[in-house]
Each structure stands twice: as C-alpha cells, then as structure tokens.
Design a protein around this ligand. Structure first.
Ligand code: B16
Ligand code: MG
Length: 216
C-alpha cells in the first residue's frame, strides 16, 4: 500500500532541463567542446560533476581536477542566472494538481532531486512549502542510480521504502527508485522505460491519487 510519493524535480515537476542544456552549452562552446541535445539527454538525473565527465568525453584536451571544478562552477553560475528567472509557469502539466490531490487524501509528499539548486527552484516556482520533506544533492554523496536520495526522503518522512512511490523522468532515477525498493512511475523522457512499474507521458496523463486509492 502506497503511503508516500517522492517526486524528482527537474523534468517531473518543473521544466528546468532546458536551462541545464543552455548553461552546459554556453560553457562547452566557450571551451570548444562539442555538445548537443542528445548528449544532454545522458545528463538527466546525473550529478553536476558526473555530467561534466560525460561532456568532457568530447574534449580534445585533458583537464585537471581544479580546472574541472572551475568548469562546473562556471556552468552553475550560468544555470543559477537562468533559474532565478523561473516563475510558477515553469511547473509541468499536472504537477501541482497531482501533489495537491495526494495531500488531500493523506499521502505524504517529498522531493528527491540530484540538484544542489533544488531549494532555489522550489522557491522560484512557489512550491517550497508544499512538501513534507526535501532530499536533494546537497545532502547525499552518491547520486542516482544509487538509491540514497530516495532513501533519505523516505527517512525524513518516517516512511519505510516499501510504501513509497517515486516519480522520475530519468533512466538513472528509475534505477535509483528500484534500487531503493520503491514503486516507480516513469514520466517524460523515461516514459518508455519498461523497468518502471507505471508509465505516463506527463503527470496530467495519469490520476496518481486514484491509482493509489485503487491499490488499498
Ligand atoms: P545541479 P533531478 C538533476 O535534477 C538534473 O536532472 C541533472 O541534469 C543535473 O545535473 C542534476 O540535477 C544536478 O543539478 O547542478 O543543479 O546540482 O532531475 O534529480 O531533480
Ligand atoms: Mg529529473
């Protein structure tokens, strides 16, 4: 029986994936590193430094650890400038309705995001106070597909993993939810992931609250 839902943030509740692309693209162009939207797909749900390693696969020179930190910081500065402009219009279809419907029927709700910018994003789009718990990239060492961020979210809600359902848009995140022993709903870019228990194009294409009621 599902008693709690843990939402990934980028690509599930908000449309920040494009801002990630633009910020990485600006940094990569400045460095003369080839980067496109296909490579960007591989960065979904993956931490900042791991994302950089994927981008550097196409670099023509080797970077020192210090230089890598500087590149990641530069990208993050571009990204933060973009997300500071976010408004509630960045919420994805069905996101707010789903969270509110779940809360109304007594289901706990949490965030489980790899992003260290999650608190800023939640504030910008006006949903920071909606959640019972927020677990993000600031609090974990191992990012998705490790189960850590979702296990932390469950712990913060005082819920065993078996009663939690994860909503994810990244294959790495689907893997993470499964590794945590949770039920997984794959949406957006991961909607075709056959390992997930449930699939939907967007949160407005599935009545998650009704699904959970039907499982009782
Ligand atoms: P930051 P999620 C993830 O967020 C993004 O999908 C991924 O593209 C990004 O690299 C990662 O956060 C780290 O973000 O640089 O802001 O710490 O999908 O897990 O909510
Ligand atoms: Mg995501």
């Amino acid at each position: 029986m599902i008693q709690a839902v843990i939402f990934d943030l980028d690509g599930v509740l908000v449309t920040t994936d494009d801002s990630h692309y633009e910020a990485w693209k600006q940094m990569a162009d400045e460095e003369g590193i080839y980067f496109d939207r296909d490579i960007n797909q591989r960065l979904r749900g993956v931490s900042r430094m791991e994302s950089l390693e994927i981008i550097l696969e196409r670099a023509e020179k080797a970077y020192t650890e210090e230089e890598k930190t500087a590149l990641a910081t530069r990208k993050n500065n571009y990204y933060v400038a973009l997300i500071k402009k976010l408004t509630p219009s960045a919420l994805l279809p069905g996101a707010l309705d789903t969270v509110n419907a779940l809360k109304k029927q007594g289901i706990k709700v949490a965030i489980g995001s790899s992003s260290k910018n999650a608190p800023t994003i939640l504030k910008q789009v006006g949903i920071a106070d909606l959640f019972d718990a927020v677990a993000d990239g600031n609090q974990i060492k191992r990012s998705k597909p490790a189960p850590d961020v979702f296990l932390l979210a469950a712990e913060l809600m005082d819920m065993p993993p078996a009663v939690c359902l994860v909503v994810e848009d990244a294959d790495a995140g689907v893997e993470s939810g499964l590794n945590a022993g949770m039920t997984v709903l794959a949406v957006g870019a991961a909607a075709g992931n056959q390992k997930a228990h449930l699939r939907a194009d967007t949160l407005s294409d599935i009545d998650l609250a009704a699904y959970i009621r039907s499982q009782k």
